[in-house]
Design a protein around this ligand. Structure first.
Ligand code: CMP
Length: 133
């Protein structure tokens, strides 16, 4: 089923010059790039983007990290985009992510885990509205 998903190369991924390699993985996989944007999250945008986590103990650190530098957001389109993108990025804890996944190949961090991707169609719609408004 053709659908869309969104991913964000986080400030650590941009700082480490991983944008090209990450975009290439999604293009090589067969996804079509539909939208692309480089920007810096404001605190307000970040709090809205991650509002599902606002009662979690790591929320402040998460907002502080995601607003700390430029990010690249992409909307991609293709078969099973949401679930396949989650497989490609790997587990949230990069130190546990399977080698071959983006987090598994490029990092060890938790807050600084290189990339975010929508985890459902509902999250995708909400996240696109925040980032591409
Ligand atoms: P992300 O996929 O962007 O979704 C929420 C983010 O919160 C997650 O990646 C991590 O960067 C961050 N985070 C920090 N601490 C935790 C934690 N203990 N559990 C889950 N996510 C965390």
């Amino acid at each position: 089923m053709t659908e869309q998903s969104l991913f964000i190369v986080k400030p650590d991924g941009v700082e480490r010059k991983l944008i090209g390699q990450i975009l290439t993985r999604f293009e090589n996989k067969g996804f079509k790039l539909v939208k692309l944007k480089m920007f810096t999250f404001t605190k307000e945008m970040a709090e809205e983007f991650y509002s599902v986590h606002n009662s979690r103990p790591f929320f402040k650190e998460l907002v502080s990290f995601i607003t700390s530098g430029r990010v690249v957001a992409a909307v991609i389109e293709g078969t099973n985009a949401v679930a396949t993108t989650r497989l490609m990025i790997g587990s949230t804890k990069s130190f546990e992510a399977i080698p071959g996944s983006i987090r598994g190949d490029f990092g060890l961090g938790l807050t600084d885990n290189i990339i975010h991707a929508s985890d459902s169609k509902e999250s995708f719609e909400k996240e696109v509205a925040v980032v591409f408004k």
